[in-house]
Design a protein around this ligand. Sequence first.
Ligand SMILES: *Cc1c(COP(=O)(O)O)cnc(C)c1O
Length: 428
Amino acid sequence: MQARGMTGVDEIEAIMHAVEEHQELYRNALPMIASENVTSERVRILLASDLSHRYAEGEVGARFYQGCRYIDEVEGRAIRWAKELFRAEHVNVKPVSGVTANIAALFALTSPGDTMMALSVPDGGHISHSAYSVPGLRGLKLEEIPFDVREMNIDIDQMVRAMKEVRPKLILLGASLFLFPHPIHEIRLAADEIGATVVYDASHVLGLIAGAKFQDPLREGADVVTSSTHKTFPGPQGAMILCKGSLKNKIDRAVFPGTVSNHHLHHIAGLAVTLQEMLHFGAGYAAQIQANAKSLAQALYESGFKVLCEHKGFTESHQVVIDVRELGGGDAVAKRLEEAYIITNKNMLPFDTEPDSPSGIRLGVQELTRTGMGESEMIEIASLMRRLLIEGESVASIKEDVKSLKSEFQNVHYSFDDGAAYQNPFHG
Ligand SMILES: *Cc1c(COP(=O)(O)O)cnc(C)c1O
């Protein structure tokens, strides 16, 4: 059979070209999306390895496919190292994303018709915590966790009262807009009185937890921790579930065969390497993220931006949140920043009702930290943002300064790569 003309090559070229352009953009830009990060060179090589072609359904040493002996070595180590890093009794590394981890956890721990509590999306809950997503899929009744807008945290007194009234089967903590540690311990005590399970979604803050910063959900009383592995935790896209030993079988069955058939083996290899990076460099990395977030927040505040939570030091996480209603709103501000190569996202704030016109901008410093930036660069970025958004300097001149700042920060730090440039090793 004849191939359909000669155009296939051109079409593939279009893909190659778009990806090249994408890489060029990110080489020059300041990526400040709070849910992203970059992997080390070794991890990138593993992601393109033959593991990406294979199946390994089942558990380490008990697979449904032949040819898995080396995959067992890789996955066995990933599980061991994750247990060590997070001091977890049990770890499942198979969920392919944070949402699938939440699907598996709620599948394991609830039945249709049960009631659960989670934060609403404007208060910081992830979309997978909402009725549109996992709780709806599982047929759960959903009650909102009471939130204190000024403190940007769970209102613990109202929460304890609501728990006694609602008597939820499960409480889902954690958030996507996440500045301060959640009051897990107090919720644990109230949960014990009503027999509820406490799940903590660490997707945003797993890298901070890996460095023993922010909070320690398993020690503070969570039964289960779900998390993606590519936000502050600087691994390949994927997820894991940490839990008490008593929940091992329930969680493992809910993952396989419940919600994942084949997990992504190349990602498991990359995850294993990232776990070693965090075992060795995680403490310094997490401390620098917190220091950077605080100094970015302080500098933005001094530049005239409305940074949330000045009265409590702005942030304890990798995130800084600013209210930009006076500057034209989140949508306009995020677009203007992008023109100047500062990549951020508009974000709903707790008082917002319209998802399309949010009041806020959410900034994350984890990727800039991983590529070696410190407090002085944060102050420089705040100044660039002031010049662009408050003083009205031209996009073109800010963009030039962004590119020149970024040119000094092209390598992944907190890894064993030792200064290797973070470029696609299979291209240039
Ligand atoms: C990002 C996020 C998720 C979803 O993770 P994916 O890997 O994108 O599926 C789940 N929960 C929270 C709190 C998140 O922020």
